[in-house]
Design a protein around this ligand. Structure first.
Ligand SMILES: *Cc1c(COP(=O)(O)O)cnc(C)c1O
Length: 365
């Protein structure tokens, strides 16, 4: 039995008629960009997240970039974030001329360690950018208190946490701005690139709307240097078909995660921890083992996919190496050597989860 990391065919089969009809409609109306479907999807996401504004953009990376620009982050500014994330989080800070200031992570959740943030704040700090890694919300309340105390913006990287909740709010609704990715394998995935910025702040929403469309609100009138970054109508068709099922998809991810954890409990393979502060939507199911490389080989030999997210923390990347030379983030470094993400998607069956666990437990017996 071969088991992939993620299988997107199941959701396509279920929604095929609706998606194909939607694609045909878009082709017949020939309105591909800034059309009614993307607009309707923005309204649906705003309602789902319980926020005033949702603005579709071309990717999750662009969502972060435009959110940072809308929040007024620019050259010389420092933004505090985690070194244990996908490069896009830090790239977006660099795009606006800012400097990513890394703070080590919590060994249990892999999210930024809130106890270390205050010591990293300087008079150049303008924002905190937590990532809800693998689908578990970072501990936002203490960060919001620091933002209040030091007049900083709180910008959430929700690329992996669509549908998660924290403090009675949906992921993205807690901070000043929330940034989503609709990369195909994300919890809510399109059939190409896409992203969204959510906010309750009218001025930020207005800025993102102008920035995503060449700095223009009225056609051929340009008030600022903007970008070409829109969510297209084809993506909106797919995302609108999937959104009503998202809570069910996330429930199934949690069910699969809990089955994995039940099986791995008490073994030398450490299951992921839920900190109980928010709801985890398991974009990834990620275990820790000092024998990670060996387990990866055993799974691969058994036809079971697995992956290392992420093998190199950002302060060790060539691009940020010079800036962070000689600085250590021991937790991020150790976690990067031990993490292993196992197959995870809503349609994964209990039999498949058992098969993965049988192979893993046999390897460490
Ligand atoms: C996927 C991802 C992004 C970037 O999203 P894209 O849509 O691929 O540009 C940003 N941050 C994190 C944590 C991600 O996982």
């Amino acid at each position: 039995m071969n088991i992939p990391m993620v299988d997107l065919k199941g959701q396509f089969r279920e929604l095929q008629a609706q998606i194909e009809a939607g694609f045909r409609e878009v082709c017949e109306t020939t309105q591909f960009i800034l059309g009614p479907r993307a607009k309707a999807f923005e309204e649906e996401v705003a309602a789902y997240c319980g926020v005033k504004h949702a603005i579709g953009v071309a990717s999750g990376t662009d969502a972060l970039h435009l959110a940072l620009r809308a929040a007024g982050i620019g050259p010389g500014d420092e933004v505090i974030t985690t070194p244990f994330t996908f490069i896009a989080t830090a790239e977006a800070i660099s795009y606006v001329g800012g400097t990513p200031i890394f703070v080590d992570i919590d060994p249990a959740t892999f999210n930024i360690d809130v106890n270390l943030i205050e010591a990293a704040i300087t008079d150049k700090t303008r924002a905190i950018l937590p990532v809800h890694l693998f689908g578990q919300p970072a501990d936002l309340a203490p960060m919001a208190a620091l933002c209040e105390k030091y007049s900083l913006k709180l910008i959430e990287d929700c690329a992996q946490s669509f549908g998660a909740e924290y403090g009675g709010k949906k992921s993205g609704a807690f901070g000043d701005l929330g940034c989503f990715s609709f990369f195909p394998s994300k919890n809510l995935g399109g059939y190409g690139d896409g992203g969204m910025v959510v906010t309750d702040n009218d001025a930020f929403a207005n800025k993102v709307q102008v920035l995503r469309n060449h700095g223009s609100r009225v056609r051929y009138h340009h008030s600022t240097i903007g970008y070409n970054s829109r969510l297209d109508e084809m993506q909106a068709v797919v995302l609108r078909a999937k959104l009503p099922h998202l809570d069910d998809y996330n429930r199934k991810r949690r069910r699969n995660a809990h089955l994995y954890s039940e099986r791995l409990k008490g073994s030398p393979i450490l299951p992921p921890a839920e900190d109980g502060k928010g709801s985890h939507v398991y974009h990834q199911y990620t275990v820790l083992s000092p024998r990670r490389d060996e387990l990866q080989q055993v799974l691969t030999a058994a036809g079971i996919a697995c992956a290392v997210y992420y093998p190199i923390p950002l302060h060790r990347q060539e691009v940020y190496g010079e800036l962070w030379a000689g600085r250590n983030f021991p937790v991020a470094e150790q976690v990067a050597e031990q993490v292993l993400s196992l197959p995870m998607y809503p349609e994964l069956t209990a039999d498949q989860v058992h098969r993965v666990c049988d192979v893993l437990l046999d390897a460490v017996k």
